[in-house]
Ligand binder design. Structure first.
Ligand SMILES: *[C@@H]1O[C@H](CO)[C@@H](O)[C@H](O)[C@H]1NC(C)=O
Ligand SMILES: *[C@@H]1O[C@H](CO)[C@@H](O)[C@H](O)[C@H]1NC(C)=O
Ligand SMILES: *[C@@H]1O[C@H](CO)[C@@H](O)[C@H](O)[C@H]1NC(C)=O
Ligand SMILES: *[C@@H]1O[C@H](CO)[C@@H](O)[C@H](O)[C@H]1NC(C)=O
Ligand SMILES: *[C@@H]1O[C@H](CO)[C@@H](O)[C@H](O)[C@H]1NC(C)=O
Ligand SMILES: *[C@@H]1O[C@H](CO)[C@@H](O)[C@H](O)[C@H]1NC(C)=O
Ligand SMILES: *[C@@H]1O[C@H](CO)[C@@H](O)[C@H](O)[C@H]1NC(C)=O
Length: 662
């Protein structure tokens, strides 16, 4: 470490050093105001497993994300406003499943916002819907037919955040990566104002720069309603129209890259270049923390990984420390200098000031192949080692000392290190030279509060337990969802029956009764998955309670091979019983591949016990302890999650769920 430190800053004086020159000066005026670096929880269900971690691990993960001067020390937390529909890695519950229903304690986003706020009282909070409960669309898969209904629905979420959790939501979005509607945006502004929420600002449209910027340019009233133009995966660039609006420009969703070191490199490059190339003043990572089953879409595309609540294992990946290079040395409200840009031999630098004399410089030299993000394609460019000399001018000329923090991605000898504090830089004549290698990130700053936080190693990684039981008998649950169940269509919630229900007082209940205004292709059935994707041979058991007379039905399943946006085409082995007195065994969720069927005597409003056993290509099922069917299964997946669900969007309950895997 010491030899690296010495190598890093070889030229104490520029006179005898060949280097390219860069001037950092506030005299010509400043650039745009910085709004922060953030993480996105949701869009969808990306923090699902986080809430099930035991302490102290859960708190430590949150510290790595949010605690100031510790880890990523994020400035912004953006969350999904749950819409009861699939939004990438699962569904998130709405605060209004039904029009006459309001509940601000569902899901985990409220909890997460409070935990973030507890660590950083200044954190900026943003809410954005991906989907809406079906009643909002009044039967249409579209949220703008009744814009007043949609606006009240979204504003009720903002009001609920304050009333029930004392959370001030700072920004609200329109409809993630879908169409916007000018009338709706204006009505949303009006509805916020009418409710005394003038301080809640609007981001539009969480999609591409166009066409929203054109609309904003042409429509003064729309322009007044919109505070921030938010684009997704902008590839660090913007468009002239967006600059002309003079609105704040944000990369309101970015990254989405596997969080290995190339992912860290992607994040380092875009955090700088979103401003250098695109004048974007905030960048938000999808996602905040990879806390969902890794075999769901976009596994591990988060700033860190926390996908094993059963073991307590989590991994602080490189993007956490890359974030720290910016976040620990700036705050929203700081201002970029105009003198930012590309380095002559590749890479980029930004500089920000608090306008009270503090200066932070972040430099990255990420090479093309070590910093590609998932999207958009990255045109070729070259980066080579280079010596750079910075001249501090204007009010920075008198700075005599700066802290130096360095990360080095080393893809050849695997000796990468991240966020290491180097010897401080002493300045004599307002200039200094850095000997930059490729794939490096440097922060130089007058801020002295940065720290590389650490905790003892978490427990080792371990597979999902082979024996798993849940009777859902929690008294007053803090979270509405049962541990480890990852809803892929529909919402499964703890339910308490207070009217003398016999032994099944506490159950898990599917509660979505109408197809939501979807964001992705939710299945026509509801389904929640759990367990180890590699499971082949096992027994899964559950008590089930159909609530819909005649047409209702429920299933337990295994070897379920798909969730997320492709949940409709999930295959597996599904054991269904129906209220009409029949059963089916199918090789797919859509029930097209029927492996067995017949009478079962099952009906609604009676508890039944289903048991499904699979070994190799042989499967069998029992009903209330008696054999009902057995069959050889062909053309079904070899492995996958276990699952529960319903035949349509209908109420149904589950109890005494258990798995015994081999
Ligand atoms: C919050 O912001 C205020 C004013 O900007 C600042 O004084 C304070 O230190 C900040 N708190 C944290 C925890 O960052
Ligand atoms: C820099 O910021 C610190 C607080 O972080 C403040 O105390 C100091 O006065 C600021 N200005 C300079 C020139 O360091
Ligand atoms: C950087 O400067 C040092 C002398 O301080 C020199 O040895 C080295 O070759 C220079 N590197 C580049 C890439 O110019
Ligand atoms: C609650 O239990 C009662 C008594 O067994 C039963 O009639 C009723 O259907 C149950 N309600 C629900 C929603 O399960
Ligand atoms: C099923 O659940 C009921 C109530 O939760 C309980 O009384 C019963 O013992 C359970 N049965 C099994 C087999 O676990
Ligand atoms: C599942 O059972 C089949 C048949 O007995 C066997 O061939 C296969 O190896 C088992 N799989 C696992 C993962 O144990
Ligand atoms: C499998 O089902 C057949 C009827 O389809 C029955 O005769 C046989 O006993 C069953 N085998 C087992 C092991 O349950």
């Amino acid at each position: 470490m010491n030899s690296l430190q010495n190598l890093a800053l070889v030229c104490a004086s520029v006179a005898w050093c060949f280097a390219e020159d860069y001037v950092l000066d506030d005299k010509p005026g400043l650039g745009r105001t910085f709004d922060g670096v953030g993480g996105l929880s949701g869009g969808g269900a990306t923090s699902r497993l986080l809430v099930n971690y035991d302490e102290p691990y859960r708190g430590r993960i949150l510290d790595y994300l949010f605690k100031p001067s510790f880890g990523a020390s994020l400035h912004i937390l953006k969350v999904e406003i749950g819409g009861d529909a699939q939004s990438t890695d699962g569904t998130e519950p709405s605060h209004m499943h039904y029009e006459n229903d309001e509940n601000y304690f569902r899901g985990y986003e409220w909890w997460l916002m409070k935990e973030a706020k507890r660590r950083n009282p200044n954190i900026t909070l943003i809410g954005l819907p991906w989907a809406f409960p079906g009643w909002v669309g009044r039967g249409k898969n579209w949220p703008y037919n009744f814009p007043d209904v949609t606006a009240s629905y979204v504003v009720s979420w903002v009001i609920g955040a304050k009333q029930h959790h004392d959370l001030d939501i700072n920004y609200i979005g329109i409809w993630n990566e879908r169409s916007f509607d000018s009338t709706y945006i204006k009505l949303l502004r009006y509805t916020l104002d009418k409710n005394g929420l003038e301080n809640v600002k609007i981001i539009a449209s969480d999609n591409l720069w166009e066409p929203i910027t054109l609309y904003v340019l042409r429509d003064g009233e729309l322009s007044d309603a919109v505070d921030v133009l938010g684009a997704h995966y902008p590839g660090t660039t913007t468009v002239m129209d967006a600059l002309q609006t003079e609105k704040k420009l944000w990369s309101s969703e970015d990254y989405s890259t596997f969080n290995n070191e190339v992912g860290g490199g992607c994040w380092a490059r875009i955090l700088n270049q979103n401003y250098v190339n695109g004048r974007m003043t905030a960048t938000i990572s999808w996602n905040l923390v990879a806390s969902y089953y890794e075999m769901l879409p976009f596994g591990r595309d988060g700033l860190m990984t926390a996908e094993e609540p059963w073991s307590g294992n989590y991994v602080v990946e490189s993007p956490i420390w890359i974030t720290a290079h910016t976040t620990q040395f700036t705050q929203p409200g700081w201002v970029y200098l105009q003198t930012v840009g590309h380095l002559m031999q590749g890479g980029s630098y930004v500089a920000l000031t608090d306008q009270k004399g503090n200066l932070t410089i972040v430099i990255e030299t990420m090479t093309h192949d070590h910093s590609e993000c998932i999207r958009p394609p990255l045109p070729p460019y070259k980066v080579v080692p280079q010596n750079v000399t910075f001249y501090l001018k204007g009010s920075f000329a008198k700075i005599s000392k700066m802290e130096v923090w360095r990360s080095k991605f080393d893809f050849t000898t695997k000796k990468s290190f991240f966020f290491q504090k180097q010897d401080p830089l002493k300045l004599f004549d307002g200039s200094f030279t850095l000997n930059l290698d490729v794939d490096e990130v440097y922060t130089l700053s007058t801020i002295t509060t940065a720290q590389k936080g650490s905790y003892p190693d978490p427990p080792p990684s371990a597979p999902f337990p082979k024996t798993y039981k849940d009777d859902f008998n929690v008294g007053n649950p803090y979270f509405s969802e049962a541990p480890d169940f990852a809803d892929q269509t529909g919402v499964f919630e703890y339910f308490i029956n207070l009217t003398d229900p016999g032994p099944h007082v506490f159950t898990l209940r599917q509660v979505v009764v109408e197809r939501p205004v979807t964001w992705e292709a939710d299945a026509d059935q509801t389904i929640s998955v759990l367990g180890d994707y590699s499971w082949q041979n096992l027994t899964v058991t559950s008590d089930v309670y159909i609530e819909t007379v005649k047409t209702g039905g429920v299933f337990i399943g295994a070897r379920v091979d798909q969730g997320g946006g492709s949940v409709r085409s999930a295959k597996g082995i599904f054991f269904w019983v129906f209220a009409d007195g029949t059963y089916k065994v199918t090789g797919d969720l859509q029930k097209t591949n029927v492996l067995a069927e017949g009478p079962s005597g099952t009906r609604a409003h009676v508890w039944h016990t289903l048991c499904l056993t699979i070994k190799g290509d042989y499967a069998s099922g029992t009903l209330n302890g008696s054999p009902l069917w057995n069959t050889t299964v062909t053309a079904v997946p070899n492995n996958g999650w276990v699952a529960i669900g319903t035949s349509s969007f209908e109420l149904a309950q589950f109890d005494n769920f258990s798995v015994e895997a081999q």
